[in-house]
Design a protein around this ligand. Structure first.
Ligand SMILES: [Zn+2]
Length: 392
């Protein structure tokens, strides 16, 4: 912090606070739905080139990459934020400013992380900080929902940098105290039930796919999820049917199962699979002789690994110290983020808040308040420079 150019880079986040917020507004105004991140990736690719990053590219999966080369290629640290949001393509992504807050879907998750990437590159470049190792800045695709971490998965398995990355830092959402070093595992399913369908009065007695889904939900809802280790389940989407007086020919649901412990996740998973099978059997049992059976299809649409970067690893210790340096009590936590993937490969990885505050993420009322953002960026910069090294 005492090194003159580092001290200037830290001040950059205060003096350029308004410009950083303007950049966040520009980024978040570009629509980025799941599997629809391309326009935002192209914006990042132009921006990375303008800021002097090299080897700028959009890879085969859609991630946008740019290298800030130090005196050596290694250690190579990835610094990332995710381009995607949970919102569909027809969402209004325009940003509204009111009372110091920014309102827009995805403005904080992960608009503030994306703004942090740009601000960090600008600070390091404008103060010409001589770094030892190199930093690969990445806007990832597919962090949310059905994206199933496809961006980082590609980066670490098939991408051309895959075998060269030594550590990973993701900025996801706001805040100053959170250091996510444990990966929260999840299983996500899509369940489809199909049947003959018919008239609600005339064909009464046919097995009903919506009723079957209802029976399955009822069973799942009764699961005694432990508070410790925290274990959760959610039926997030249901679909099916044609009209009020038709026995539906299909119904489906999407389900999210999570646990802080792998064994509990397996237990919940087994309960859920059994609940679905039993619900179908129960519904089939009510049918009349000769009626056809319901057909069940269960697809695993998401599987995120659990694991952790140990609290005494250099990366986590650095994040703890950097958090204390900005005057905040660090708080280690567990979440489901892009870090899950490198953690599952045994690479040191953490996810940090990018400063500022927010509420209602994943809803249309999401807002972000940039006040205090500079502290989050300072913490981030210290962790990055501490990892790649500064030439004194
Ligand atoms: Zn996020």
């Amino acid at each position: 912090m005492a090194t003159p150019h580092v001290a200037r880079a830290l001040r950059f986040f205060e003096t350029r606070a308004d410009a950083i917020t303007e950049e966040q507004i520009r980024i978040c105004s570009i629509a980025a739905s799941p599997f629809g991140e391309q326009e935002r990736a192209e914006y990042f690719s132009r921006k990375f080139s303008e800021l002097g990053l090299t080897e700028v590219e959009i890879d085969e999966e859609g991630n946008c990459l740019g290298l800030l080369r130090g005196s050596s290629r290694s250690p190579l640290m990835v610094v990332s934020a995710h381009l995607d949001t949970v919102f569909s393509a027809d969402t209004d992504f325009n940003v509204v400013r009111r009372d110091g807050r920014l309102y827009a879907p995805g403005i904080a998750d992960d608009g503030c992380g994306l703004a942090a990437l740009i601000a960090l590159v600008q600070a390091i470049q404008s103060e010409r900080i001589p770094i030892e190792g190199s930093i690969l800045f990445v806007g990832t695709v597919g962090e949310e929902g059905e994206g199933n971490l496809r961006g980082v998965r590609h980066l670490f398995t098939k991408g051309r940098w895959a075998k060269h990355i030594d550590s990973f830092l993701s900025f996801d959402g706001p805040g100053l105290d959170r250091i996510t070093n444990r990966a929260l595992g999840s299983h996500r399913y899509r369940v489809e039930v199909a049947g003959p369908g018919g008239h609600s009065w005339g064909d009464f007695g046919l097995p009903n796919p919506v009723h079957a889904i209802g029976r399955a939900i009822s069973r799942l809802a009764s699961y005694p999820a432990p508070k410790e280790p925290r274990t959760t389940f959610n039926v997030g989407r249901i679909e099916g049917g044609r009209s009020v007086n038709s026995i539906p020919s299909e119904a489906s649901m999407e389900v999210d199962l999570r646990s802080a412990a792998e064994a509990e996740l397996q237990r919940l998973d087994a309960f859920f699979r059994r609940a679905v099978r039993d619900a179908i059997d129960e519904e089939n049992a009510t049918r009349r002789a000769g009626d056809s059976l319901l057909k069940l299809k269960v697809d695993l649409i998401g599987e995120r690994p659990t694991g952790e970067t140990p609290a005494d690893s250099p990366l986590v210790e650095l994040a703890i110290e950097a958090t204390k340096l900005i005057g905040v009590d660090p708080h280690l936590d567990q979440s489901s983020t892009d870090s899950n993937l490198p953690i599952s490969l045994g690479l040191p990885a953490i996810t940090l808040g990018a400063g500022g505050s927010s509420a209602f993420s994943h809803s249309l009322d999401e807002w972000y308040d940039p006040r205090g953002r500079d502290l989050g960026l300072k913490r981030g910069l210290l962790v990055i420079l501490g990892t790649v090294g500064v030439i004194m």
